[in-house]
Design a protein around this ligand. Structure first.
Ligand code: UDP
Length: 430
């Protein structure tokens, strides 16, 4: 029972996606952005939001206060260093223990958690055995989909698939971020379980706040440049190779003003370095060095400028459950050429806000990019329609309002499953 003026608490658990970290480097991407933006927006409404993640560097502060009612709390689970997410599973029982210790030490018992990515889902299921708590879960990536598109299946796959299935069947609610993701859960994971669709969002004030002309002046581009933009992590599944090969085939290559900007990535030597080197070598092989720029990680001060300056933003991923970059570009009045997969089929309306092309088909990407670059009036129309679509459907405040409503609803429902008799976390068998 809440006292007058007291806020309902929610714990967002994002074991590897630290919401307080710099985005774009190592494995930090959409999940980090999602958790932070949703957390901050929920706190602007009437929630007390604690976002739990794993301490991945001994120098990091244990608690980061984002606003009066929203903070990131870093718990100890394994060595305080960066560990790739596929290797984190053995440290999850420790995360559960640290979470419980935090509750005891601070006199808090959360009765609502929203878990992110399968390992946090596992943590949520363990907590449900130990205390009375409602669990909502967002996958961010589904093993059943991911493993279809990679050649080497990691050792953790079996555990992940089993955990994703149990989570779908027992969580009080699954939040899918697109109808396509929900469809995949139903067809590939389980016909059971409660799913609601609430999309990801974006900052409609920051993106779209500056004109293309001004953004180009600030970044040193010329008004005549034809700018093709990629934003995201360096990961083979992001399909940067498809984009580079598409630009290599562009009919506009001979005109001299075509520019390819590949934004994102860590400093050399960090974990995404291998993919970056591979992409750089394809750029060199195709003779595109003079027209290709690698500005590195884009942040608070310049990400919105790059989106605004671009003529087209390309999202060539092999698969995307949602794909934040597409709506950020659209919010910036920039049309999107994206792979015809997953959440991109939901956010990008082909021929209206951009174009969809078959994933990994560089010839089709080349045609789509050229179509947009060679008709500036149509490009502008696509850009305006994209902005309108984002304003209507994908603002963070709107997304958080939908989530808040669902949280209240779930809190009032009967539990899906009574807390089981098991009082100890399950043994880890990776
Ligand atoms: N991002 C960023 N700076 C960069 C590269 C990426 O801020 O240099 C952000 C990007 O704007 C987006 C997120 O990282 O918000 C990537 O999310 P997306 O859903 O597109 O992909 P994910 O990383 O989750 O696979």
């Amino acid at each position: 029972m809440l006292l007058r003026g007291q806020r309902q608490r929610v714990a967002l658990i994002s074991k590897h996606g630290d919401p307080a970290i710099e985005i774009g480097k190592e494995e930090a991407g959409g999940q980090n952005v999602y958790v932070r933006q949703v957390g901050e927006a929920l706190a602007r409404q009437d929630w007390q939001v604690d976002m739990f993640t794993r301490q991945s560097d001994a120098e990091q502060p244990k608690i980061v206060q984002h606003s009066r009612h929203c903070r990131t709390i870093r718990l100890t689970a394994g060595p305080e260093t960066f560990i790739p997410r596929d290797d984190l599973f053995p440290y999850m029982p420790e995360f559960v223990r640290s979470f419980q210790r935090f509750q005891v030490e601070n006199g808090i018992e959360y009765n609502l958690i929203h878990t992110h990515y399968w390992m946090s889902g596992w943590i949520g299921m363990e907590l449900k055995k130990l205390q009375s708590v409602k669990q909502l879960h967002t996958y961010h990536s589904l093993g059943a989909v991911k493993y279809q598109s990679i050649s080497t299946i990691p050792l953790i796959a079996k555990t992940r698939l089993a955990s994703e299935k149990t989570c779908l069947e027992t969580a009080d609610r699954i939040v899918a971020t697109s109808p396509q993701e929900m469809e995949h859960m139903r067809s590939l994971v389980s016909p059971h379980g409660n799913i609601d669709v609430i999309p990801c969002g974006t900052d409609v004030h920051r993106f779209g706040s500056i004109s293309q002309t001004r953004a180009r002046q600030l970044l040193g581009f010329s008004p005549d440049d034809k700018i093709v933009l990629y934003v995201g992590r360096f990961d083979p599944r992001k399909g940067i190779e498809t984009l580079v090969r598409a630009v290599g085939q562009s009919k506009l290559r001979g005109e001299g003003n075509l520019k390819l900007v590949i934004g994102g990535g860590s400093r050399p030597g960090q974990s995404d370095g291998i993919e970056r080197e591979r992409i750089e070598s394809i750029v060199a092989e195709l003779g595109l060095q003079d027209m290709t720029l690698f500005p590195g990680r884009l942040g608070e001060d310049n990400l919105h400028l790059y989106y605004a300056a671009a003529d087209v933003s390309v999202v060539p991923s092999h698969y995307e459950p949602f794909g934040l970059v597409a709506i950020e570009a659209m919010a910036s009045n920039t049309p999107v050429v994206a792979s015809d997969v997953g959440g991109l089929q939901y956010t990008v309306v082909s021929e209206e806000t951009g174009l969809l092309a078959p994933a990994q088909d560089d010839a089709a990407f080349a045609v789509a990019i050229d179509r947009i670059l060679s008709d500036s009036e149509w490009r502008d129309r696509l850009g305006r329609a994209g902005r309108q679509r984002v304003e209507e459907k994908f603002s963070w405040n709107g997304v958080a309002a939908q989530l808040g409503k669902l949280y209240h609803k779930v809190l009032k429902e009967k539990p899906v499953e009574k807390p089981a008799a098991v009082k100890k976390p399950s043994p880890v068998s990776a």
